[in-house]
Design a protein around this ligand. Structure first.
Ligand code: B1M
Length: 211
């Protein structure tokens, strides 16, 4: 059995320790970090997601799988950091109010830091005013919002409105993403960028900061 299949299987079982060992093994075997992330960790998380949807697994199982995912990704962090010219800039990043999903947000953080950007991680369940406050106090060029629920996507509109109200809308770029988010939604709420995955988000953030 390939090590990537094993990573996926152990992640689905929530065996964080084994996932860490296997991720290290995959690195030692010379498998590229991006491949370990996609073919091992995200593959396993995808299967858990399907089972969750079909009521074959429940919140506790998903939580332990999520923990294993985060621990495995942490080992990949230095390797996912890209070589080459580094960007410089500051991003206020968080998962929007009402939403507790943080795996995608953590990946976005990892990729952005890999590009050399400084990330102010506001965590999960972040109200619109907190994004604006952080962007103002920490001089961030970008506000980056993640949402995984159709019921919390709307908070992104509130972030755009809060930035307008605080008079900082022309000073910050607002980036949005997460599974239910689309380009059409981005256009609709007047955000500056929708990106479908963490590495594209990091590339776009670096471009914004270079402007
Ligand atoms: Co939740 N959950 N969950 N969950 N959960 C989903 C999202 C769901 C699709 C499952 C399903 O039914 N199929 C569904 C949402 C349905 C909907 O709204 N349409 C759902 C639900 C319903 C719920 C609860 C309501 C369940 C309940 O309690 N009955 C509840 C809500 C809690 C809350 O937030 N208030 C809930 C709870 C949970 C757990 C706590 C158990 C756990 C989260 C643990 C954690 O995050 N620490 C959890 C998980 C893990 C999932 C699934 C299984 C996996 C999500 C994930 O981490 N994927 C998910 C099913 C699925 O997605 N297939 C599901 C891996 C991650 C890397 O992908 O976050 O999409 P993702 O990030 C991607 C891109 O979207 C993008 O980059 C990443 C890839 O590179 N991206 C950005 C993300 N943010 C970005 C920002 C950007 C740019 C790109 O720019 C700023």
């Amino acid at each position: 059995m390939s090590v990537l299949v094993e990573i996926s299987q152990q992640l689905q079982k929530g065996k964080a320790k084994n996932v860490k060992i296997l991720v290290q093994q995959a690195i030692d075997e010379g498998i590229p970090a991006q491949e370990i992330l996609e073919g091992g960790l995200l593959h396993g998380m995808g299967i858990i997601g399907e089972k969750f949807k079909n009521n074959e697994v429940f919140v506790p199982e998903v939580l332990v799988a999520a923990r294993a995912m985060n621990m495995g990704a942490e080992i990949l962090k230095p390797l996912l950091a890209e070589a080459g010219v580094k960007a410089s800039g500051k991003v206020a990043l968080g998962t929007v109010k009402g939403d507790l999903h943080d795996i995608g947000k953590n990946l976005v953080k990892m990729m952005m830091e890999g590009k050399g950007l400084e990330v102010v991680d506001l965590g999960i369940d972040v109200p619109p005013e907190k994004f604006v406050e952080a962007a103002t106090n920490d001089n961030c060029q970008i506000i980056a919002c993640s949402a995984l629920l159709t019921t919390t996507m709307g908070v992104m509109q509130e972030v755009v409105d809060a930035a307008e109200k605080a008079g900082i809308r022309d000073k910050v770029k607002i980036m949005i993403g997460g599974a239910p988010v689309t380009q059409a939604f981005c256009d609709q709420i007047g955000a500056d960028s929708y990106t479908p995955d963490a590495s594209t988000a990091a590339e776009q953030a670096a471009k914004f900061c270079a402007q």
